[in-house]
Write a protein that binds this ligand. Structure first.
Ligand code: L34
Length: 299
């Protein structure tokens, strides 16, 4: 029996449709939700993600303030642009696409975005609030993973979720959301220092791979019937492809023969990240309702 494919593209479209209806309702009140989108440098993958975000915003009747800066941009210049967006009442959310060039201190950038406009949940105040279960935007990729699990009625309460990868953008926040009473999972977090990774991954009812290493979760590392969520999105050189690369996740697609459910790459978690971002932009524009409860009840 082959696993059920969790269609993040389809769910993303559904969420974006409901966001669009809410954007229309806000427009009637004279509010046009607007996201400031900053990209520094010309990394092709980052550029394509940022373009997808801007396109999705436009399709949902929202605006974006598209800011493209050269690789040579100084930290001071970037900070002053963020400051302008912080002060601009027409801009409800601010996103600085990660990663920023090495000469720019990412922590300073995350600290500079006003928590009121922090639709990524990267500011330490937002992260603190998220961990404490207080008013904040939920981080887009982890929230997208949880919404996918919800859509497919995967039982999370009491399940053993094993997360592989401790990044600030996925692993750390995801673990903190999964242990909320609302989700109630038991969590193991594995990382590059974990001894005998397979021992842990084999215990997982829900395995979430977010380590950024192509195809490293193999069928012999998962329990039969496990739910496997692939957050990885790696560009692997492949001269037989027209673009010169192919996309592959952190999970070997052969896992689909053993799992009960799994997310494809592309078309799994990636589109969910964008859908949850749009949801946060609506929340940011709808100032009456910026809290996690509303985020959950929104669609
Ligand atoms: N500030 N930086 C900030 N916020 C984020 O939430 C992100 N992230 C990650 C990188 N940097 C960020 C994204 O937006 C990763 N990420 C992201 C978003 C969307 C997609 C992939 C990564 C996506 O749409 N993926 C498509 C395929 C895209 C392609 O063909 O290259 C998919 O179907 O998975």
């Amino acid at each position: 029996m082959s696993a059920v494919i969790m269609d993040g593209k389809a769910l993303g479209i559904k969420i974006r449709q409901s966001v669009k209806e809410r954007a229309l309702a806000l427009k009637e009140k004279g509010i046009v939700p607007c996201l400031g989108v900053i990209l520094v440098g010309d990394d092709p993958a980052s550029l394509s993600y940022v373009k997808s975000k801007e396109k999705a915003l436009a399709e949902a009747g929202m605006e974006s303030r598209d800011i493209r800066l050269p690789e040579s941009t100084s930290e001071e210049e970037l900070l002053s642009i963020i400051d302008e967006l912080n002060k601009d009442d027409k801009v409800h959310g601010i996103l600085v696409q990660a990663p920023v060039p090495k000469h720019i201190n990412e922590e300073k950038i995350n600290d500079a975005v006003s928590p009121k406009k922090d639709v990524d949940c990267f500011h330490p105040e937002s992260v603190g609030n998220m961990i404490l279960g207080r008013r904040t935007f939920l981080p887009c990729t982890p929230h997208g993973v949880l919404e996918l699990l919800r859509e497919y009625n995967i039982p999370i309460s009491g399940a053993h979720a094993v997360v592989v990868g401790r990044s600030n953008i996925v692993g750390k926040p995801l673990v903190n959301l999964l242990i909320r009473r609302q989700y109630n999972a038991t969590v193991t977090l594995c990382h590059t220092g974990t001894k005998d990774l397979s021992y842990h991954t084999l215990q997982a009812d829900i395995l979430i791979a977010a380590a950024g290493s192509p195809c490293f979760i193999k069928p012999d590392m998962i329990k039969k019937g496990a739910v496997v969520i692939d957050v990885g999105i790696n560009r692997v050189t492949d001269i037989s492809e027209p673009k010169g690369y192919r996309l592959c996740g952190d999970v070997d697609p052969a896992v689909s023969l053993k799992a009960s459910y799994y997310t494809p790459v592309p078309g799994g978690v990636g589109p969910m990240t964008i859908a949850m971002l749009l949801n946060n932009v609506i929340e940011a524009a709808n100032t009456d309702c910026v809290n996690a409860v509303c985020v959950k009840a929104a669609y």
